[in-house]
Write a protein that binds this ligand. Structure first.
Ligand code: ADP
Ligand code: C5P
Length: 227
């Protein structure tokens, strides 16, 4: 049986504008069923020991995420099941903030996160991979503003984390995944042309599925268009 689902992955450095790009896509697809899944929701909970030395914890390393749980959630959505996604609180470093977010299966599933192209199994779930490419100085400036204002962190801590973990992880793990992208968006949410094109593409693909519903024999042709 074919599935009228389309999974898009949006990767890029921290504070590059991934969430903003997803929000703009969702706004433009207002008449479609779209859900956003954030890789942040799948951060491992820290042990008491790790919590005591939280400034030495690398939140930008692939091992910081529970990728098995992420895969399980995406698999369920793919099979039309609703899922409960953990709520992650960046301030308390806990991912069991209740209530969990209930996500219903939708026509378009956007998965956003710094390292969603790192694991091949996650990459293989996506039929469009987007990399938001924003200059490092812009990302750092936004991060300083966000982490000091929204997370109440002091600027020294933000800069230490950036030089110790964020920048090295970007160079070692995130930037190398840019090669997997189908589309690279410079300037993130400011790039209205790129966002319009992505939305147009999604609409075209969803339209093809509508055709499949009317002419079931088209299934063979369009069966490649699924996760
Ligand atoms: P990411 O999901 O990659 O971490 P966000 O979309 O959450 O990035 O953006 C990070 C921060 O930068 C947020 O505070 C957001 O409001 C701000 N931001 C994002 N895009 C822009 C933009 N084009 N211009 C100005 N600020 C932006
Ligand atoms: O939303 P964004 O993609 O920017 O989120 C990823 C960033 O959040 C990472 O660079 C990581 O360092 C940061 N983070 C953090 N504290 C946490 C969890 C993640 O600073 N508890």
């Amino acid at each position: 049986m074919w599935k009228n689902l389309t999974h898009k992955g949006v990767a890029g450095g921290a504070a590059s504008g991934k969430t903003t790009v997803c929000d703009l896509i969702i706004q433009q697809l207002h008449d479609q069923r779209v859900v956003l899944v954030n890789q942040d929701s799948f951060y491992h909970n820290l042990t008491e020991e790790e919590l005591k030395q939280v400034h030495d914890y690398n939140f930008d390393h692939p091992d910081a995420f529970d990728t098995e749980q992420l895969l399980c959630v995406m698999e369920k959505l793919r099979h039309g099941q609703a899922v409960d996604i953990p709520n992650y609180d960046l301030k308390s470093y806990k991912n069991n903030v209740f209530p969990a977010r209930r996500v219903n299966p939708s026509d378009v599933i956007l998965l956003e996160g710094i390292l969603i192209f790192h694991d091949q199994r996650v990459r293989d779930l996506m039929n469009m991979k987007i990399f938001v490419d924003t200059d490092a100085d812009v990302r750092l400036a936004r991060r300083i503003r966000r982490d000091t204002v929204e997370k109440s962190r002091d600027i020294g801590t933000v800069l230490d984390q950036y030089s110790k973990f964020v920048k090295p992880a970007f160079d070692d793990f995130i930037l190398p995944t840019k090669k997997y992208a189908d589309i690279i968006i410079p300037r993130g949410g400011d790039n209205h042309v790129a966002i319009d094109l992505i939305v147009q593409h999604i609409r075209t693909k969803l339209g093809q599925h509508d055709l499949c519903k009317i002419y079931p024999n088209l299934y063979v042709i369009h069966s490649t268009f699924q996760i």
